[in-house]
Design a protein around this ligand. Structure first.
Ligand code: RRO
Length: 291
C-alpha cells in the first residue's frame, strides 16, 4: 500500500480532503488513540488565508440525500494565528502535513507560500484556486491563464511540492490542470465541491446564508470520476482523486482512473473512522485485483 507522492513517502494512498477532518478537535476527543491509528497517510489542513476570517452567515450546511451542501466561507485564524496555534499541534501528527492556502490576489498567495516555505513541519502546499482573483475578477481555478500566472508568481518561492486543487466549476478542468503542470505545479487534486443550492422548505428563500454552496458526497462521485479520469490523461504529474468516496471500491475506481492518492471527505463527517475502513477495503481489493 505504500506510495510516493511528489517525493513524499506515504504508508498508503488514503488522505483527507481539506476542511473535512479537524485533527486538532479529533485529538482532543479521541486522545492518543487517534495518533496511534491515524486515519490518513498525510493530513491536509483546512484552507488558511492571509487574514483571519469569520466565515459565511449561517446556516452553512444543508444535508441532501447524497451528501451535503456547504457554504462555510473559509473561517480561519489567518496566517499568523495558524502559525502560532495550529501548526505546532498539526506538526505532532504522525503523518506528513499538507497545508491548503487561498488568497484573493496573487500577492496574497505568494505571502502564504513564502511563509510556509520556511517551515520544516510542512511537507507540501495545496493551492485552493476555487476563489475569485479580486484584481481580475476571474475565478483563478476556472481559467488556465489565471492558474499559469499564479504558478508563475509562486513557484519560484519554494522548493516544496505545490499541489493545485482544481474546481469542478470550470469549462475545461483538464486544460486548467495542463496549464498548472506547465507552470510548475508538482501535483493536482480534484474535485472541490460543485456549486448547488437548497431552498428553505416553507419560505422558498435560499437556505444557506451565502445563497449557494458546494455539493459534496456520493452525489458528486460520478462527476469526480469523469474529471479525475480526464485530468489524469492530460498530465504527467501525480493526481489526488476525491469526490464521494465511501468505500474501498470507490477509492479503487479513482486509482484505476489514474489517481495516485485518494482523499476521503464528506464520509468522515458521518464516521470519523471511515478512512480506516476504506483503506482496509482498498487493500483487500488491490490484493485480489488482476489489473
Ligand atoms: O470554506 C468553504 O466554504 C469551502 C471551501 Br474554502 C472550499 O474550498 N470548498 C468548499 O466546499 N467549501
Amino acid at each position: 500500500m505504500s506510495v510516493e507522492f511528489c517525493g513524499i513517502e506515504l504508508e498508503h494512498p488514503v488522505i483527507n480532503g481539506s476542511g473535512t477532518f479537524d485533527a486538532i478537535a479529533a485529538r482532543r476527543a479521541f486522545g492518543d488513540a487517534l495518533v496511534e491509528n491515524f486515519p490518513f497517510a498525510a493530513f491536509v489542513s483546512k484552507t488558511v488565508t492571509l487574514g483571519p476570517r469569520e466565515g459565511n452567515a449561517p446556516p452553512r450546511l444543508w444535508e441532501i440525500a447524497g451528501g451535503l451542501i456547504n457554504s462555510i466561507g473559509l473561517p480561519n485564524k489567518g496566517l499568523a494565528g495558524y502559525l502560532e496555534h495550529d501548526l505546532p499541534e498539526l506538526a505532532n501528527l504522525p503523518v506528513p502535513l499538507i497545508v491548503n492556502v487561498m488568497g484573493f490576489t496573487r500577492e496574497q498567495v505568494a505571502e502564504l507560500v513564502s511563509a510556509f516555505a520556511a517551515r520544516k513541519e510542512v511537507a507540501a502546499l495545496e493551492l485552493n484556486v476555487s476563489c475569485p482573483n479580486v484584481e481580475t475578477g476571474l475565478v483563478m481555478g476556472a481559467d488556465p491563464h489565471e492558474v499559469a500566472a499564479l504558478l508563475g508568481h509562486v513557484r519560484p518561492l519554494t522548493d516544496k511540492p505545490l499541489i493545485v486543487k482544481l474546481t469542478p466549476n470550470a469549462n475545461d478542468p483538464p486544460a486548467v490542470a495542463r496549464a498548472a503542470e506547465e507552470a510548475g505545479a508538482s501535483g493536482i487534486s480534484l474535485i472541490n465541491t460543485i456549486r448547488g443550492m437548497a431552498l428553505h422548505p416553507s419560505s422558498g428563500q435560499p437556505w444557506l446564508g451565502a445563497g449557494t454552496g458546494g455539493v459534496s458526497g456520493p452525489a458528486v462521485r460520478a462527476v469526480a470520476l469523469a474529471q479525475v479520469h480526464a485530468v489524469c490523461r492530460g498530465v504527467e504529474i501525480p493526481v489526488v482523486g476525491m469526490g464521494g468516496v465511501q468505500r474501498g471500491s470507490d477509492a479503487l475506481d479513482l486509482i484505476r482512473a489514474g489517481a495516485t492518492l485518494v482523499a476521503v471527505g464528506t464520509e468522515s463527517f458521518r464516521d470519523p473512522a471511515a478512512a480506516l475502513r476504506i483503506r482496509t477495503e482498498l487493500a483487500e481489493l488491490l490484493a485480489n485485483s488482476v489489473f
